[in-house]
Design a protein around this ligand. Structure first.
Ligand code: PGA
Length: 247
């Protein structure tokens, strides 16, 4: 299982960042899980130089531009130089700010060009009885991967994060059967876009109100490869319980 802890802007002091990192290191060494932490840029820069552990780091986003006269932007190359190996791209909170599938596609290219493994977030705002949301998610994936070579496409991790399930309670998260159905659908879409048999090996994560209470049931069907977790990753006890529930 791959557990990606997206700290968002929840962690705002260095002491807390260091504590959460120390916990992640302990959890990663004692359990059969892979842990990836996605701190904000300053804390990623603080933590990666001291990292000799199994914990890996993700950027929460990257610039759609390469280096140059772009004040405030952080390029894929800069993150890679600091030791990030993953990057979250197209999170719904970035899309809220105007990020389109075309921008997402550009960011995927930059990430791959610098050896970062992209975690591509997709997901519908709401579900409709006619199932139009399926075509919506398919469209997000198709437009995001369109410009990539077959080999590049097979390196992308897809994180399915329905907006209606983000930031809620564990009861309001997706039901395990709904998640298995969606994972099946996503693999079908990927089978059309990825070369050979690589869709079967593609990593699919789920995100949206994952916590120690529902994680095991959501992972139970074996349809997904891990989770993208925000709130439950920034509270030590909850994160520890979450990892142990999945180990
Ligand atoms: P949450 O957020 O775990 O706090 O629901 C998930 C996400 O936005 O990635």
């Amino acid at each position: 299982m791959l557990i990606v802890g997206n700290w968002k802007a929840y962690v705002e002091d260095a002491g807390k960042a260091k504590k959460l990192f120390a916990l992640a290191k302990r959890l990663a060494s004692g359990n059969q899980v892979s842990i990836v932490l996605a701190p904000s840029a300053p804390f990623l820069g603080l933590l990666t130089p001291k990292n000799r552990s199994k914990v890996a780091f993700a950027a929460q986003d990257i610039s759609a531009m390469t280096g140059g006269a772009h004040t405030g932007e952080i390029s894929a190359q800069a993150y890679a130089a600091m030791g990030a190996t993953y990057v979250i791209i197209g999170h719904s909170e970035r899309r809220e700010g105007g990020e389109t599938d075309e921008i997402v596609a550009r960011k995927l290219e930059h990430a791959l060009a610098h050896g970062l493994t992209p975690i591509l977030c997709v997901g519908e705002r709401q579900r409709d009885p006619e199932g139009k949301y399926l075509a919506f998610v398919r469209g997000q994936i198709e437009r995001s991967l369109a410009a990539l070579s077959p080999k590049e496409r097979s390196k992308v991790i897809v994180a399915y994060e329905p907006l209606w399930a983000i930031g809620k309670t564990s009861e309001e998260a997706i039901a395990p059967t709904e998640l298995s159905e969606m994972a099946l659908y996503l693999r079908k879409v990927l089978a059309e876009l990825l070369p050979g048999k690589s869709a079967a090996r593609a990593k699919i994560l789920y995100g949206g109100s994952v916590d120690p209470e529902n994680a095991r049931a959501l992972a139970g069907g074996g349809s997904i490869d891990g989770f993208l977790v925000a709130r439950a990753s920034v509270e030590s006890e909850r994160f520890s319980a979450l990892v142990k529930a999945l180990a």
